[in-house]
Design a protein around this ligand. Sequence first.
Ligand code: 5RP
Length: 262
Amino acid sequence: MDWGIKNRLARIIKPQTGRTVMLAVDHGYFLGPTKKLENVSRTIEPLMNYADALMLTRGILRTSVDPETSVPVVLRVSGGSSIIGEDLSNEVITTSIEDAIRLNVAAIALSIFVGSEYESQTLESLAELVNMGQEFGIPVLAVTAVGKELSKRDSRFLSLACRIAAEFGASFVKTYYCEDFEKVVESCPVPIVIAGGPKLETELDAFEMAHDAINKGAVGVDMGRNIWQNNNPVAMLKAVRAVVHKNASPAEALEIFNKNKK
Ligand code: 5RP
């Protein structure tokens, strides 16, 4: 792996633990003003000190993030469909590599929609992005998107999608936690982070998911709604950090959450 790619990845996946807690705030690229993310700068301001990386689009980066931040940026560079449109999978590359470099990002991220009508288009985009990333030393995060079909989140489908992403040259992959998650990890030769998905019923549910994913081989989380849709987002992020970086149990994480909540 090229030095630049290794160096940028090490800014995201912390060498001290080999793990990462990414904060995902890119939802607006297809959902618009998502609940509790209406004003992104207000949402992320108290969370910045506890995130290992921030995942977002260039529009939100330029308008809502202090350029003096030291938090590495994972830039979402795919899009093209909205939640009210016909097909969420109809995505293309939305941001040039030159602009990503201008923004000094640590990685670029794109969704692939395996099994969808636009499967080939999104996989071709991944190939193109990896080629560009290789040229300039920028790692690519492939997101194994499922669109509105949340039922697709099983180990058979996610193993297929993650493996294809790795075969195409993604440096790391973001997917969902699922039953038999170890099978997804086992057949994917690059690091995996999990998305949180829609807000779970309890904090403990989120800690259990993060804990089980780490135990089964994920290198971390790229979590959004389960952090910032909680009434105590800082407490939530601190507790998830303990699970990811310190192997805290779900019960210990809940204790940390309760201690830190307002
Ligand atoms: C959307 C994304 C989101 O960043 C991802 O789903 C993580 O956020 P959440 O934890 O809210 O699911 O990539 O395609």
